[in-house]
Each structure stands twice: as C-alpha cells, then as structure tokens.
Design a protein around this ligand. Structure first.
Ligand SMILES: Cc1cc2nc3c(=O)[nH]c(=O)nc-3n(C[C@H](O)[C@H](O)[C@H](O)COP(=O)(O)OP(=O)(O)OC[C@H]3O[C@@H](n4cnc5c(N)ncnc54)[C@H](O)[C@@H]3O)c2cc1C
Length: 372
C-alpha cells in the first residue's frame, strides 16, 4: 500500500527524529524549518541510556557515539567543593554502551539532519506554513516557498513557542518562565572531568564532558521576571553570578572570557495534559511538554515521542485512535520529566521543601528503562 505524505513543521531534535523514523517506515516526508540555517547553538546536551537506545533504533548510533563523550559516573560536590556523593549509573542500553553521553548540539543536529536527508526527506530550510486547513480528508497547506500540498498528517514539532499549537489549541496553557536562568560556556576539558560533576550550594551548576578535549560548564541563577541579558556584558554577568559558586567552578570561570560565547537562557515550561492532536494535526516534543533541564530528558522525550508516533502511524489504523494511543503511550513519561524537573528547580529556589532529587533521579531511571 502506498503510504501517504506527512508534513513535519520544525527541524529541531524532535522534528528531525520523526522525519527519520517516518522515512524508515516508508512515509514520504516534507520537513520545513523556519530558520535558513540549522538553528542548534554550539553548547552541549546530556543524554541518557534511553536516547542511546533510540539512536540504535534510528540507525545512527555509530556516528552518535563517535561524536559524543560517553560516561557512567556522576559526582556531587558541596558549597566548599567537598565531595558529597559519587555513583556509577547502570548501562541500561547494553553493557557495551555508556549509560550517558555529552554531545554538542551542532553534532547531534548534523547527525540527525544527515540521516534524514540520506533517507530521502524533502528538507526545506527557511520555510514556514502560511496557511493550513484540515478538510477532514487531508490537511491542505500553503507554504512560504509558494507550494501548496495536501498531507495525510501535519506534525507540529516547532518547539516551546509552537505556532502549530497556538493555532490548534488557542486555549492551551502558555509557556511560563520558572524563575531560573541557565548560563553555559564551552571550555577545555580537564583530565579529571570524566563524567558529570554537579555542584550544590548558593550557586548550583556543573560540568559535562563533550569530547576528549571539550566540556561545558553550566550554572543556574534566580532572576526576576523582567531580567534582561545584556549581550555585550554577558561574560561579566556570568562572572557576577559565579561569585558564590564552589571553588572548582570559580577557578574554571577564568576560561569564560568572551561574551559572544556565553549561552544564557531563561528556563521556560509548558505542558499539555489533555489533547495532543486534533483531526489531522498532531504535536510532538517541546510543543507539548517543554521541561527545565534538571533531569536532562527534554530532548530524550522529544526523540521518544517521534519513535512512538512513527510506530503508531505504521500500524495503518485509523488516524484518530492511533493518535490517541500515541498520547496514551507517552504521557506518563513526559509528565514525570516535566513536573519533576520543575520541582527540582523550585526546590533550588526555596519554593518547595518536599522534593528529593536523588529519589526523583532513581524513579526517572526506572521509568526510562521501561519499554516505550
Ligand atoms: C538550557 C537548556 C538545556 C537543556 N539541556 C538538555 C539536556 O541536557 N538534555 C536533554 O535531553 N534536553 C535538554 N534540554 C531540552 C531540549 O533542548 C528540548 O527538549 C529539545 O530541544 C526539544 O526538541 P524539539 O524538536 O521539540 O524543539 P526545538 O529543539 O525547540 O526545535 C523546534 C524547531 O522548530 C523550528 N520552528 C519554530 N517555529 C517554526 C515554524 N513556525 N515553522 C517551522 N519551523 C519552526 C525552530 O527553529 C526549531 O528548529 C535543554 C533545554 C534548555 C532550554
């Protein structure tokens, strides 16, 4: 049976993953990305064994491992830099694979975009939807490149500020700022940073290895709603926020010298509890469940959404029930990551006392170990 054409809106981690997974099932796919260039910025991302499993399913594992830094250990340090704990995470994707990796966002984007292209995805950068209408039989779409096409399904993978979500569910919750910003900077990896190192105290932050010679330093800060980053002072602003950090972090701040290299972002969240689709339009990734990075699983959830959605579509069942099943299979994990990441951030800001990050992490590992 000829498979029907699918439009993916958004070429981030979720959009590229669903394009690959759909192409592997034989669906013709057009992927549009509003940015004329791939938008991933150069800082890294932490991913865990569930993402390694997904990379295997997408047939990109070899490239992924070659371009990332695998590790099993997590170390925690107190305000004076004193060791608090250290543990080795189990290798739940297989004994031959690390339990976590650090990878540059650009590397991840290039691997996924390369695979999506290799499998024949029609990728159109610098393109957006100008108008769409779900006629019941198809989604009729006019794109900004002048083309008009009818699709079996439109997938909104357009991130936390999703235009697709806004049009589909205008009453849905809007993204909200949590009260924290995250500051990140790439720098040379010291030989002793062979796993993730977390620092607690007045300033929470950490170090993530990305390759044999690179890592990134991250640091959280509490900022008022009207806080604005002064781009040309970004370096100074990051230094100001590191004054009360652990000594190891303060020492590494000597590497933070270029304002243009500082990546600083407000943490924003959104979660759609109810519908994830209507008619022939469905949402995926941050468009439905953008989380803070405290559990390092936001991209993992977008990647898993993509695998499950493609698997359900391949069943060939009627669209409405299969899209409901997609949400049912995903909501527990996505809700867990979204709500618990937020809870850890709230605890760091003193807004909650009933939060146990170690217990949350354990629960998270157990949940992610379950089959999709
Ligand atoms: C500071 C920070 C640190 C993080 N660290 C981690 C981590 O360590 N591990 C982890 O797993 N997750 C992490 N995350 C979460 C992770 O980045 C996201 O969950 C993930 O990027 C979501 O992927 P997505 O494809 O759904 O959305 P996005 O990555 O936002 O991609 C959406 C894409 O859609 C495009 N787009 C937007 N609007 C349109 C439109 N109208 N038409 C066409 N294209 C459009 C955008 O340009 C973008 O390319 C972090 C997030 C933040 C903010």
């Amino acid at each position: 049976m000829t498979k029907q054409k699918i439009l993916v809106v958004g070429g981030g981690i979720g959009g590229l993953t669903v394009a690959i997974a759909l192409r592997r099932q034989g669906f013709p796919v057009i992927l549009i990305e509003k940015s004329p260039h791939w938008p991933a910025s150069g800082v890294g991302i932490i991913q865990q064994f569930n993402v390694l499993r997904a990379m295997q399913a997408l047939d990109v594992l070899e490239d992924y491992l070659a371009q990332s830094y695998g590790f099993d250990t997590t170390q925690g340090f107190g305000p004076q830099g004193d060791p608090l704990f250290a543990f080795t995470a189990p290798r739940l994707a297989g004994e031959h694979l690390p339990s976590n990796v650090g990878i540059r966002r650009t590397s991840l984007q290039n691997i996924l975009a390369g695979k999506a292209r290799e499998l024949g995805t029609d990728i159109r950068l610098g393109t957006v939807v100008e108008h769409w209408e779900d006629t019941g039989d198809a989604v009729e779409v006019r794109l900004s490149d002048g083309s008009r096409e009818a699709f079996h399904l439109m997938v909104g993978a357009d991130g936390i500020f999703s235009q697709t979500r806004q049009t589909l569910f205008p009453q849905a919750p809007q993204p909200r700022y949590t009260g924290q910003w995250v500051w990140r900077y790439n720098m040379p990896r010291p030989a002793d940073v062979t796993g993730i190192q977390l620092f607690y105290g007045r300033v929470n932050g950490g170090l993530t290895p990305l390759s044999d010679d690179l890592m990134y330093l991250f640091m959280l800060s509490e900022e008022p709603d009207d806080f604005r980053l002064e781009r040309e002072r970004a370096c100074a602003m990051m230094h100001e926020r590191a004054i009360h950090a652990a000594p190891q972090i303060r020492k590494l701040m000597d590497n933070v010298t270029e304002s243009a290299e500082v990546v600083a972002k407000p943490l924003e969240v959104v979660f759609l509890e109810d519908e994830w689709h209507r008619g022939r339009v469905v949402l995926l990734g941050d468009a439905i469940h953008a989380s803070t990075p405290h559990l390092a699983q936001g991209a993992g959830m977008a990647i898993e959404d993509a695998l499950v959605l493609a698997e359900e579509l391949a069943s060939g069942d009627a669209l409405d029930p299969l899209l409901r099943r997609y949400r049912e299979r995903r909501i527990e994990r996505c809700r867990f990551v979204n709500h618990n990441s937020l809870a850890i951030g709230d605890m760091q800001m003193g807004k909650r006392r009933d939060v146990d990050p170690a217990a949350i992490n354990d629960q998270c590992v157990k949940l992610m170990a379950e089959p999709l």
